[in-house]
Design a protein around this ligand. Structure first.
Ligand code: PLP
Length: 405
């Protein structure tokens, strides 16, 4: 297809889609690994993976094979019946983690919605109607459904959607004193991302995570980790909370990388909450879709393998080192942070809100990157990216950043 067709599609897309998105003027047609091609044949390097989703690269042949095999057999049953892929996947999850049961759904927001409902129901069953409040943290992002967006302690996402559901209280990020102060008797759960994604690739300290567990235990509250972005091997551990020795949550939510590009989410339920939901109290038509679950099983197997996780960590260190090299030349970042292949580089404050412009310039230089807010460059490449591709992408990034110094 010619560029003219691409322009026509861009125009049509703008006309037909609602105004909540503002896609860049590129129409992608195919991808392979960390490369992705536009309709006009231009090749791009992908350091964003569709916001941390295509973790095994585009059109991964192993995944393709699994999709083909499963889609030859069975696509959907609904939760009135069993099928093999979700049972096998749940079995592997339970064998490897704290979880005793797995609730399948389709997205991160839905997984968090389930976690919130389970926490409320658990508290209702055990402590009556007064213990309803869920503590969340400034800078968090938990999704766009009304409860998940209310849990998201960023007022810009709330504007105009009021009245918001009651029962959420916002704590300062990583601030133990403030957290303790707001942890009153009415708290039924604490929900946090061990490493905030949209909030700027900001890790909670290990001490904070340990204290969160202690305070939850002392106050009969549940500890919920949203690992939608930082889980599934992204940081070089299966779950980011595993960096904090000894901390075991009650619920963990996953999505994004879990499906490697297919829509699937899940809430992993520990012993305490595993019998909370009575018959008919919650559900999802597509939850446990056999094709998505067959794919997620491949991701799960890889993200549970220490060898696979080690190479994620190694690649992350390589990328981190190259970014540090750029910074020693240009002094453009105030901080580079993150773990594994979840890296954020915060621009110096005096440069202002330059992340969106940097994104546009990277696109012009055939590199896809992400931002967190307007001052942090966010990189979430596929776990399968090669060292050569990392080096090539960073070279392009360096060329772009030179103009911002
Ligand atoms: N939780 C976290 C930490 C996320 O980063 C996101 C999405 O960016 C969500 C939840 C929402 O996931 P979804 O867009 O699949 O609903």
């Amino acid at each position: 297809m010619k560029e003219q067709d691409s322009n026509e599609l861009v125009k049509l897309g703008h006309k037909l889609y609602p105004t909540n998105y503002k896609p860049r003027s590129v129409v992608f047609e195919s991808g392979k690994g960390s490369e992705i091609w536009g309709l006009d044949g231009t090749r791009y390097l992908d350091f964003g993976s569709g916001i941390g989703v295509t973790c095994l690269g585009h059109c991964n042949p192993e995944i393709l094979e699994v999709i083909r095999n499963q889609s030859d057999k069975l696509w959907h049953t609904s939760n009135f019946y069993f099928s093999k892929p979700p049972i096998r996947l749940a079995e592997e999850i339970v064998n490897r983690t704290f979880a005793e049961k797995v609730y399948f759904c389709n997205s991160g927001a839905e997984a968090n919605e389930a976690a919130i409902k389970i926490a409320r129901r658990y508290s209702h069953n055990n402590f009556g109607p007064k213990k309803r409040t869920i503590l969340t943290f400034e800078g968090s992002f938990h999704g766009r459904t009304l409860a998940a967006v209310t849990a998201t302690a960023q007022p810009k996402y709330h504007v105009g959607f009021e009245p918001l559901p009651a029962g959420f209280r916002y704590c300062k990020f990583n601030d133990l004193e403030n957290f303790k102060k707001l942890f009153r008797n009415d708290v039924c759960a604490v929900l946090l991302e061990p490493i905030q994604g949209e909030g700027g690739i900001r890790p909670f300290s290990i001490e904070f995570l340990q204290q969160a567990r202690n305070l939850c235990d002392q106050n009969h509250a549940l500890l919920i980790f949203d690992e939608v972005q930082c889980g599934m091997g992204r940081t070089g551990k299966l779950f980011a909370y595993e960096w904090a020795d000894g901390v075991v949550p009650d619920i963990v939510t996953v999505a994004k990388s879990f499906g490697a590009g297919l829509p699937i989410g899940a809430a992993l339920l520990g012993k305490e909450v595993s019998h909370t939901l009575p018959l008919g109290s919650h559900g999802s038509t597509f939850g446990g879709n056999p094709v998505c679950c067959a794919v997620a099983r491949v991701v799960w197997e890889k993200a549970s393998s220490s060898k696979f996780l080690q190479q994620i960590e190694n690649k992350g260190e390589f990328l981190f080192g190259l970014l540090a090299g750029i910074n020693s030349k240009f002094q453009i970042f105030s901080e580079i942070r993150g773990k594994g292949l979840m890296i954020g580089a915060e621009f110096n404050a005096e440069l202002g809100d330059i992340a969106p412009q940097v994104l546009n310039s990277c696109l012009e230089n055939n590199l896809l990157v992400l931002q967190s807010g307007t001052r942090v460059l966010r990189l979430l490449p596929a776990y399968t990216i090669s060292l050569e591709e990392i080096a090539e992408g960073v070279k392009r990034l360096e060329k772009v950043l030179e103009h911002f110094c």
